[in-house]
Ligand binder design. Structure first.
Ligand SMILES: Cc1cc2nc3c(=O)[nH]c(=O)nc-3n(C[C@H](O)[C@H](O)[C@H](O)COP(=O)(O)OP(=O)(O)OC[C@H]3O[C@@H](n4cnc5c(N)ncnc54)[C@H](O)[C@@H]3O)c2cc1C
Length: 380
C-alpha cells in the first residue's frame, strides 16, 4: 500500500491522487502478471508492459519532468514487479537526455511515440573499460561531412536488443576526455549498429551488449552540441537517482508486507513467529529504515521539482541509503520466511534476485559515497 501520509510535506494534492491510481494499477494490472520463465520471455514481457504503460498514460510523469510523480510510479511498480519497474525506469533513462538536451525537431520526432510506448528507449553509456569511470569511454564518433561515424562496444545496456532508440555516449574528441563526450540518438535499425548478445541476469531484466561498426548517423542525431554528452548524461542520472531509491523503497515495502503476513500465520514453539522479540526487532528495523529512506527520496525529488539546479548530494544520499536499506530488508524477509523464502517462485526470492542490481546501476553505492564526501570536503 502506497501511503503518502508520511511524505505529504513533499507532495502536492495531485501526487496523492497519482499515488492512489498507481497503487491500484500496480496491484490489479501488474502484480497479477506471471513472472517470465526465461530471458526471451522477459524481453517479450518488457514490450508488453511498455505497451500497457503507453496506452494508460502512465509514462506522463517522465515527460512532464515530474520527479515526485516518477518516484511514486517506481515505488508502486517496485512493490508489484521489479521487471515492470525496470521498464518504466528505462523509458525514463532513455527519454531524459532528449527532454534535457533535445532540439525542437528531435523532441517533435521522438517524444510522442515514446510517450505512447511505441518507441522503447535505452541509455548506452557503459563500456567494457568504462563503468564507474565514464570519462574512459572509448566509443568514437568521427565527423564525416554531414554525418558522424560511430565505432565501439557498449555493455550491460538495459533494453539492448529490444529498444527502438538508443541514447549513445561516444567521444567526438578523444583528446578531451570527459569534455570530448557527445550524446547521439541512434535508431536500432541503423546499419552498423548490432545487438551482439544478451547478458542474462538472475532476475528478469533485458540486458545486453551492442556494437557499433562504421555506424553512420546524420549530424542531426547529435543531442545538443559536441562535448555536451558527459554533462547531459550526468544531469540525467542526477535527476533519476531518486527514482532508483523509490523503487528500492517499494521493494523493501513488499518485503515487509510479505514478512508481516508470514510471521502472523506461521507458528513455531507453540506461538506465532510474530510473538518472538527477535522477529519483532527485524520488523521494527525494516519499517524504520523504509520510513527514513522515503524521506530522503522525496526530499531529493521535491528539491528538483522546486527548481533546484543540482540535487547531486541529495540524490546520492537517497540512492545509496535506500538501495542498501532495501537489500537488508529483503534479506531479513528471506530470513523471517525461512526455507520457503529461498524457493524460486516465492515473492521474496524474486525480490532477493532483483534488488541486488540497484546498488550497482546508475552509479554504485561507493560512487554515491564519493559524491557525498566530495561535496562535504568542498565546503571546507
Ligand atoms: C542490471 C543493470 C542494468 C544496467 N543498465 C545500464 C544501462 O541501461 N546503461 C548503461 O550505460 N549502463 C548500465 N548498467 C551498467 C552500470 O551502470 C555499471 O555496472 C555501473 O556503473 C558500475 O560499473 P562497472 O560494472 O563497470 O563496475 P566498476 O566501475 O568496475 O566497479 C566495480 C567496483 O569497484 C568500485 N569502484 C569503482 N571505482 C571506485 C572508486 N573510485 N572508489 C571506490 N570504489 C570504486 C565500485 O563501486 C564497484 O564496487 C547496468 C548495470 C546493471 C547491473
Amino acid at each position: 500500500m502506497l501511503d503518502t501520509h508520511p511524505i505529504r510535506a513533499f507532495l502536492e494534492p495531485r501526487h496523492a491522487a497519482l499515488a492512489d491510481r498507481a497503487d491500484g494499477f500496480a496491484r490489479m494490472d501488474i502484480a497479477t502478471r506471471a513472472e517470465p520463465a526465461d530471458d526471451a520471455a522477459a524481453r517479450k514481457e518488457a514490450r508488453a508492459l511498455l505497451d500497457l504503460f503507453g496506452a494508460g498514460g502512465w509514462l506522463r510523469p517522465i515527460h512532464e519532468l515530474d520527479l515526485r510523480g516518477c518516484c511514486l510510479m517506481r515505488e508502486a511498480l517496485g512493490e508489484a514487479s521489479p521487471l515492470a519497474d525496470a521498464v518504466f525506469a528505462l523509458q525514463g533513462l532513455g527519454t531524459t537526455p532528449i527532454l534535457l538536451g533535445g532540439s525542437v525537431e528531435q523532441k517533435a520526432r521522438w517524444l510522442e511515440p515514446i510517450g505512447r510506448g511505441k518507441v522503447m528507449t535505452a541509455f548506452a553509456m557503459t563500456e567494457p573499460e568504462a563503468g564507474s569511470d565514464v570519462s574512459a569511454i572509448r566509443t568514437t564518433a568521427r565527423r564525416d561531412g554531414s554525418h558522424y561515424v560511430l565505432d565501439g562496444v557498449k555493455t550491460l545496456i538495459s533494453n539492448a536488443g529490444i529498444a527502438d532508440l538508443y541514447a549513445v555516449f561516444a567521444s567526438t574528441d578523444p583528446t578531451q576526455g570527459a569534455k570530448g563526450i557527445s550524446c547521439f540518438l541512434v535508431p536500432a535499425d541503423t546499419p552498423g549498429l548490432r545487438f551482439a548478445r544478451a547478458q542474462v541476469l538472475s532476475a528478469p531484466h533485458p540486458l545486453g551488449e551492442i556494437v557499433f561498426q562504421d555506424c553512420r548517423v546524420p549530424e542531426n542525431a547529435l543531442l545538443g552540441t559536441e562535448g555536451r554528452g558527459y554533462a547531459l548524461g550526468l544531469a540525467a542520472l542526477d535527476r533519476l537517482r531518486p527514482t532508483v531509491a523509490a523503487a528500492a523503497c517499494g521493494m523493501a515495502a513488499r518485503a515487509l508486507a510479505e514478512s508481516l503476513a508470514h510471521v502472523k500465520r506461521r507458528h513455531q514453539f507453540g506461538s506465532p513467529l510474530a510473538t518472538f522479540q527477535l522477529v519483532q526487532q527485524k520488523l521494527a528495523r525494516m519499517a524504520t529504515d523504509i520510513a527514513a529512506a522515503r524521506l530522503l527520496t522525496y526530499r531529493a525529488a521535491y528539491e528538483k521539482d522546486q527548481g533546484q539546479a543540482r540535487i547531486t548530494t541529495e540524490a546520492a544520499m537517497a540512492k545509496s541509503f535506500a538501495t542498501e536499506m532495501a537489500q537488508r530488508a529483503v534479506d531479513d524477509a528471506v530470513q523471517l520466511i525461512g526455507g520457503l523464502g529461498v524457493l524460486a517462485d516465492h515473492p521474496v526470492d524474486r525480490l532477493y534476485r532483483a534488488v541486488r542490481a540497484l546498488r550497482i546501476y546508475e552509479g554504485t553505492t561507493e560512487i554515491q559515497q564519493l559524491i557525498i564526501a566530495g561535496e562535504l570536503l568542498k565546503q571546507g
